[in-house]
Design a protein around this ligand. Sequence first.
Ligand code: NAG
Ligand code: NAG
Ligand code: NAG
Ligand code: NAG
Ligand code: NAG
Ligand code: NAG
Length: 508
Amino acid sequence: MAIWPLLLLSAICPLFSSAITTTNKPPAFPSSFIHPQQLRSSLSTKTNKLYEEKFFTQILDHFNYNPQSYHTFQQRYLINDKHWGGPKNNSPVFVYTGNEGDIEWFAQNTGFMFETAPHFKALLVFIEHRFYGKSMPFGGSKETAYSNSSTLGYLSSTQALADYATLILDLKKNLTATDSPVVVFGGSYGGMLAAWFRLKYPHIAVGALASSAPILNFDNITSPFSFNNIITQDFRSESENCYKVIKRSWQEIDDTAAKPRGLEILRKSFRICSNYVGAGALQGWLSSAYTYAAMTDYPTPSNFLSPLPAYPVKQMCKAIDDPKTGNITFEKLYGAANIFYNHTGDAKCFDLIDNSDPHGLGGWSWQACTEMILLTDGSAEDSMFPASNYSYNDRVESCKYGYNIEPRPTWIPTEFGAHNIHRVLKRFGSNIIFFNGLRDPWSGGGVLKDISKSLVAIVAKEGAHHVDLRFSTKEDPNWLQHVRKTEVQIISKWLSQYYHDLADSSHY
Ligand SMILES: *[C@@H]1O[C@H](CO)[C@@H](O)[C@H](O)[C@H]1NC(C)=O
Ligand SMILES: *[C@@H]1O[C@H](CO)[C@@H](O)[C@H](O)[C@H]1NC(C)=O
Ligand SMILES: *[C@@H]1O[C@H](CO)[C@@H](O)[C@H](O)[C@H]1NC(C)=O
Ligand SMILES: *[C@@H]1O[C@H](CO)[C@@H](O)[C@H](O)[C@H]1NC(C)=O
Ligand SMILES: *[C@@H]1O[C@H](CO)[C@@H](O)[C@H](O)[C@H]1NC(C)=O
Ligand SMILES: *[C@@H]1O[C@H](CO)[C@@H](O)[C@H](O)[C@H]1NC(C)=O
């Protein structure tokens, strides 16, 4: 029932809904072009050394005392104690607050924690979010857990945060490490959770590194045009021609599709597999490539969402600007798509209909229909996407259709705050780093200015989606090295404050 595959990691815009409704196929949102083979092979080479997998018996519902609430499920977490200084030294515990997918995937893309663990003598813990990966309530089967709104109703950010609190306290008790300070880390939705965790559970975490956390993307605080504006800026910053070719292409695709045998022309031009081709699906597929390339516009080769070269936006624009392609729009766009979807060179053809969900990311459509109303689908007249006013009503309709529920767009700001955040948090809260890279379309919903001395914003003009959390490489540019160094310094300060206070309190 992936009716609204609007992952935080994949803000798919329903820009092409008119084209889509002309077919009876569902729109192909390639939310899952990360193929399971890729994940598994990277797991077998790396993971076993990185962490140990454990399970914790977690309570189904933290917020009431109905008998049903006492049901439990197995929550997965990953742990690495290789560098931990141990409980005697009250050495710190670094916790990743898992987001909407398999926790191993996030662990493998959060090198920052592994690389700083020796320095801090930190224990590393990565906790999986309920309803994702192997952490399925209702007996461990995803099919059952995702059955209907009575089961999915237990999937929410507040429950997830309570899971983290419960698990962390129990783990510390087991390790006799009750005085070890905890620092939480997260990127994207995981970054929002990290920031909210520090605000809601200050007695459990001394600080949070919230990377690329669009906590202000709710309730019209951030313009719904912001997301696509930033993607447009990214491509336009490479070349004006690149922007223009993309901008004019949507109409050309529609025009071609409307011609006799037009769909076959599209299929050939873009090497699309023989199963399905449609203008809307093709536009969605291209749009995803631009969106994800902007999000993961990293300065070094990466394999987060898909295998990509360094600076993929630049590479895609290079393909579009390539004089060899003359002035043939489709050939140019094919070149760009090929960089995004076929960096490995393994693709035989491109499949526009891919409903598999190898990362277990599918629960996001439920979250996007309940509380995660992150509106990103507006496109201004000068956008590289077709101009479109965002429509909250479209969201409501598809959520009613898919789950028979209505979103609660104001709940997140009610629960966690977001309006006037600078004024509100100025004298409340402390020890949160908000990192944002301005190439990242999500940065528009991030905290980009310091709120107080200890609620700090680190902004990297050249940065993309939680680039700071990634494993470092020798090719990392200076600005990125500097960001990480600053983050380490700030975390050190939190910890020394904590140890200072701990020593003080022993006098009482
Ligand atoms: C929802 O799914 C659960 C688990 O499959 C099932 O037991 C229950 O009867 C379903 N409820 C409704 C209202 O369909
Ligand atoms: C703590 O120990 C108990 C008893 O062995 C175990 O059941 C529980 O899962 C442990 N907690 C964590 C977080 O691993
Ligand atoms: C958000 O802004 C749009 C456009 O300005 C407006 O139509 C809508 O009513 C606003 N929604 C809320 C919840 O304020
Ligand atoms: C390229 O093609 C587009 C549309 O087909 C046209 O508007 C544009 O003028 C052409 N540019 C050149 C340099 O021929
Ligand atoms: C993927 O790249 C390889 C190597 O460049 C190429 O041979 C193949 O045709 C490409 N696949 C598609 C679908 O274009
Ligand atoms: C968006 O809304 C504005 C103001 O209501 C209107 O002028 C404009 O034509 C709309 N744009 C689209 C693409 O519907």
